[in-house]
Design a protein around this ligand. Structure first.
Ligand code: HBI
Ligand code: FE
Length: 286
């Protein structure tokens, strides 16, 4: 995927850079505060309770862009994870190596005030607000490390394309069933005001029960709301499904099975809601 990137000047060989927290301007801290306030208001009743717990445990409501040293100190105590700064997207093998060692890489920059609703590269709000709360949960913390270790293996088997879909449809855009109803937990949803509403409430997307093999066959779009969301029963079930799977033979099987489009519905799918796809069809180019 990103393996042709060259190491930016000033970065260490593992692509980390100093966060340089004291260099953030008051405007940049204010951007964080604006984004935080908007999501903190929207998410209760929408996000998995484990996410809200993480926000609380890590004191993420403290004003301003979090200082990674302080954040890592709390996170280390909770689950042994740390947050390290990187300039942007890093090559897959570097990304996997950090995760396998319980280090989460975060962009140190923040979006401009005119980009509050969408940007292509993951910034500190997406990475820290979106991803880090669940890293304070022991089960999810283990899942993320397992993904990193699995990524190192997939790299050698030419199967990153398949494995990356698992990350996409769980870590970035996952939904979870709870006693109180459907909740979001994916960082791409949790850090987006509009998708936090769309993913749960809009009639357009399909919502389908989690199935590891099915997910790894499914293409995804990076430039718009998802056309399908996959729903796990619990973080325990997600971790167990990945730990008990022998990915080697599965990758061979997936190569034969072929890819599915994001709006596909398969015979064996557990359909929680069949989408109209009206949103996707109304967009130019669909
Ligand atoms: N780099 N900084 C950063 N953040 C990511 O989420 C990321 C990355 N490099 C590769 C990557 N994600 C994914 O493509 C892998 O899961 C395959
Ligand atoms: Fe992300």
């Amino acid at each position: 995927m990103n393996t042709d990137y060259t190491l930016p000047p000033g970065a260490a060989s593992d692509w980390t850079i100093p966060q340089n927290w004291t260099a953030y301007t008051p405007e940049q801290h204010a951007t964080w505060d604006t984004l935080f306030a908007r999501q903190a208001k929207l998410l209760p009743g929408r996000v998995a309770p484990e996410f809200l717990n993480g926000l609380d445990m890590l004191r993420l409501s403290k004003p301003g862009i979090p200082d990674f040293e302080e954040l890592s100190e709390r996170l280390l105590k909770a689950t042994g994870w740390q947050v390290v700064a990187v300039p942007g997207l890093v090559p897959d093998d570097v990304f996997f190596d950090h995760l396998a060692n319980r280090r989460f890489v975060s962009g140190n920059f923040i979006r401009r005030p005119d980009q509050l609703d969408y940007l292509q590269e993951p910034d500190v709000f997406h990475d820290v607000f979106g991803h880090v709360p669940l890293l304070a949960n022991p089960v999810f913390a283990d899942y993320m490390q397992a993904y990193g270790i699995g990524g190192q293996r997939a790299n050698g088997l030419g199967a990153i394309r398949n494995l990356a879909r698992l990350y996409w449809y769980t870590v970035e855009f996952g939904l979870v069933q709870t006693r109180d109803g459907l909740r979001l937990y994916g960082a791409g949803i949790a850090s987006s005001h509009s998708e936090s509403i769309f993913a749960l409430d809009d009639p357009s997307p399909n919502r389908i029960g989690f199935d590891l093999r099915r997910i790894m066959r499914t293409l995804y779009r990076i430039d718009d709301f998802q056309q399908v969301y996959f729903v796990i029963d619990s973080f325990d079930a997600l971790l167990e499904a990945t730990l008990k799977t022998d990915f080697g033979p599965l990758y061979e099987d997936l190569a034969r099975a072929g890819d599915l489009s994001p709006d596909a519905v398969e015979l064996n799918d557990v359909i929680l809601s069949k989408g109209t796809q009206a949103y996707a069809h109304a967009r130019v180019g669909n």
